[in-house]
Ligand binder design. Structure first.
Ligand SMILES: [Zn+2]
Length: 187
């Protein structure tokens, strides 16, 4: 199945940008996002992360490092890993458990791409990671799951195309069923 995921590593260099400070992690969750960037595929995101272009103001109780970073980006052609799953990203809820304990996966939605293919590839990658890290399906969550202190709304409508009226519902249940389908195929 990993072959179907078409995963490659294009890591942000250790000690730079989002990996300036290495914060160890033992992942217990997988957090699913969408980029809401309609002009960039996975390789463009990898380039931006490596260049340190995705900055976010560092503030008390907010972003901890001044950069955004996550573990994997998926588009309709491939999946790219940006950092080891043994390190914390900065993609969910500042100093909360979403960042401290979860692997972050971003789905691309650039114009002209096949979103369904991206979603299926994401479900496959998620299943592979569940198996490898011993993470149960109930711990596969949308970004929405993690409240962001000081933000309105606290719970982000993300990944927006898998939310119903801004929160998990029928579409999220469907995504969980796709993940489970691939997970069962691995056993
Ligand atoms: Zn998100």
């Amino acid at each position: 199945m990993l072959r179907e995921v078409n995963l490659r590593a294009d890591m942000v260099r250790k000690g730079t940008h989002g990996r300036k400070v290495v914060r160890p992690m033992k992942p217990r969750y997988i957090t699913i996002h969408s980029t809401q960037n309609y002009s960039a595929d996975a390789s463009r995101h990898a380039l931006a992360l490596k260049r340190g272009a995705l900055r976010s103001p560092k503030r008390k109780n907010g972003n901890r490092i001044g950069y955004l970073i996550w573990h994997f980006t998926v588009d309709d052609k491939e999946a790219i890993q940006h950092m080891p799953t043994s390190e914390q990203g900065e993609h969910a809820d500042f100093g909360g458990p979403g960042n401290r304990l979860s692997i972050g996966i971003e789905m691309c939605e650039e114009r002209g791409s096949n979103l369904r293919t991206t979603i299926e590839r994401t479900a496959k990658l998620t299943a592979v990671l569940m198996k490898k890290k011993n993470i149960p399906l109930k711990n596969v969550v949308p970004h929405y799951h993690w409240p962001r202190r000081g933000k309105t709304p606290a719970n982000k409508n993300c990944p927006h195309f898998l939310m119903d009226n801004g929160k998990p519902g029928r579409k999220w249940k469907w995504f969980q069923s796709r993940v489970n389908y691939y997970y069962q195929r691995l056993e």
